[in-house]
Design a protein around this ligand. Structure first.
Ligand SMILES: [Zn+2]
Length: 594
């Protein structure tokens, strides 16, 4: 199986040189000054090699390396040089140089770095306090352990926060009873973190809960907290506003960026396509998904500029105007550049909104036409389902009709620029076919995993997306492209293994089957999260598979994704994450001395 597929399917040296030239042509921008600093840093530290030195930097041997190439090749070895994969499947000892590091995988499963084609990591990197993901907590003791560990690494009295990305459905009061999901109480939080104020809230605006230290601070601000610490109505949003106004500084944001990247590395997500935020108003009307779309990337760009960016970021620009003239979008299209930057951070499209709303009264069609005329890519989202009567169109129907109108004005733009509709829980075969005709594409997510239930809608099923229908459609000749995303970090977790669990089992966080008949295979969902998402980023030549010439992003897993029982999919983590040939997370189980 290992054969020489990597070589045969690989990329010529000329192709990378062209890529490098394109990247160089992009210089002069704000983004590439970060790249230049990073290069300078590499030169200074002697990590750049002379062109004559052909030995690999690193060789991984004795693994089950799922390359996710077109033939799903599994190889036992892979070599990396200058941040890119070189040989896959047959790495001979004779090619090693004196400085080549040889890492024995001891039979472990390796997959390409996971690409999340629609999430909100930029929001996660702008959280107030020491944001602490709870998406992997399954019980009150889990929450307590995660918070206690966090407290041990931060100053006494510093706020521990968890703003979105998890749900009380996932935290079983009784570990043996998946229907017992609840928040911890004030007293349970006190037991874990007596010396730090703590606050957690789910979704966009709560509910939430705090401990005793947090309760007294919030109450001094006139924010209502129940005796057991719970916070409802607009109190979580008021608390969040207070925390933002008192805790956020440029330094705290950069630290939060690094925390977010470190978390991503532990779950193996090495590339993130960020989809923006609701524009902040700096009032209690703001929720977890609000930020300033015009400044929230700064801490990320600063972290990359300092050479500390460890995962890749692609930035979409979100526009949500209700004015038919869309003045802000018009300026963006005139004054910004798409797909500009370097391998670590670059700009993307307009999305996940191009206008406020999709109805005939909204500027959706006008905005789509403007994005098309400028030759940009549009990414929009759909949460709707078909209405009865169908004469009142659903959001995805309006969006596809809008895409058709834009494509009519600017022929071929949807296919050429790879326009996307994300989430699509309620899309039907008829509308998939219609989108396929103009070359449109779908981003899928397991976001219903946390809070979805079979009675969440008057028209069942509303627990989609219909993974099976869409993946089958993508396999037809000239089929639509489908990719996978988390839509984290508010209503959904970032952890891709939870989304893979949902896509393959149809079970929600309470282990109730809510997406029957739409399950896809583990291989299918992993290919959506890797190979197919390379295409969604327009970087299929660079990312998404372990093939010669591509950027060396890979994840060594703690268990065999293809073999573990369903429930154990949720426990999959990285034990070693590599981005561009650099180890960015080391779980300490492999011998890296080489
Ligand atoms: Zn989103």
């Amino acid at each position: 199986m290992a054969s020489d597929n990597g070589k045969r399917r690989g990329f010529s040296r000329r192709r990378f040189i062209q890529g490098a030239a394109a990247a160089a042509a992009a210089s002069g921008s704000m983004l590439s000054s970060a790249a230049r600093e990073q290069e300078h840093d590499e030169e200074k530290h002697g990590r750049r090699r002379r062109p004559s030195d052909d030995a690999p930097d690193t060789v991984f041997i004795n693994g089950k390396i799922h390359t996710m190439d077109d033939e799903n090749t599994v190889a036992s070895a892979v070599s990396i040089r200058d941040g890119r994969f070189v040989e896959i499947g047959h790495v001979s000892r004779g090619q090693h140089g004196p400085n080549t590091k040889v890492i024995d995988l001891r039979g472990r499963t390796v997959v390409p770095g996971i690409i999340d084609n629609h999430n909100h990591i930029v929001l996660m990197g702008n959280r107030p306090g020491f944001h602490t993901p709870l998406e992997n907590a399954y019980s009150i003791p889990d929450v307590q352990a995660i918070y206690a560990a966090r407290a041990a690494g931060i100053p006494r009295d510093a706020w521990i926060t968890t703003i979105g990305g998890f749900h009380s459905n996932h935290i079983y009061g009784n570990p043996n009873d998946p229907l017992s999901g609840r928040f911890p109480t004030r007293q349970e939080l006190d037991a874990a973190v007596p010396n730090n104020p703590a606050f957690m809230m789910i979704s966009f605006s709560g509910p939430g809960v705090t401990n005793s230290a947090g309760k007294s601070i919030f109450e001094s601000q006139g924010i209502t907290v129940a005796e057991n610490g719970s916070m409802t109505a607009n109190n979580p949003s008021r608390a969040l506003l207070y925390l933002r106004q008192t805790l956020l500084t440029p330094e705290s944001r950069r630290r939060a960026v690094i925390d977010a990247m470190n978390y991503a590395a532990t779950v193996g997500v090495t590339t993130h396509l960020d989809q923006g935020a609701f524009q902040a108003t700096n009032t209690a009307g703001d929720g977890a998904a609000h930020e300033d779309n015009f400044t929230m990337h700064i801490p990320f760009l600063e972290v990359y500029g300092q050479g500390k960016g460890i995962v890749r970021l692609r930035i979409n620009f979100l526009h949500m105007e209700s004015d038919q003239a869309t003045p802000e979008l018009v300026q963006r299209l005139k004054n910004a550049f798409q797909f500009l930057g370097n391998d670590m951070v670059k700009t993307g499209a307009i999305g996940e909104f191009i206008a406020a709303g999709t109805s005939a009264a909204s500027p959706f069609v006008a905005a789509a036409k403007r994005v098309a005329a400028a030759g940009w890519r549009a990414e929009v989202h759909s949460l709707g389902r078909r209405n009865t009567p169908a004469s009142n169109p659903a959001d995805f129907e309006l969006e596809i009709m809008g895409f058709e109108a834009a494509n009519g004005d600017s022929p071929g733009v949807v296919r050429e620029r790879r326009w996307v509709i994300a989430h699509v829980p309620g899309i039907t075969q008829e509308w998939i076919d219609r989108l396929q005709k103009i070359g449109g594409n779908l981003s899928l997510t397991g976001w219903q995993y946390l809070a979805g239930n079979p009675t969440a809608s008057t028209v069942a099923p509303y627990a989609g997306p219909p993974f099976r229908m869409i993946v089958d459609s993508s396999k037809r000749p000239d089929g639509i492209h489908a990719g996978m995303s988390s839509d984290g970090m508010q209503i959904a977790p970032m952890n891709p293994w939870l989304h893979m669990y949902y896509a393959t089992t149809g079970l929600n966080a309470r282990k109730v089957l809510i997406n029957p008949g739409q399950q896809i295979s583990r291989e299918e969902v992993l290919s959506l999260y890797t190979r197919e998402n390379g295409w969604f980023l327009r970087e299929e030549d660079q990312l998404g598979t372990i093939e010669s010439g591509k950027l060396a992003d890979l994840v060594v897993l703690n268990s065999d994704y293809f073999a573990v029982p369903n429930e154990d999919l949720k426990k999959i983590r990285s034990v070693l994450t590599v981005v561009g040939g650099n180890v960015v997370y080391d779980g300490g189980v492999l011998d890296l001395r080489g």
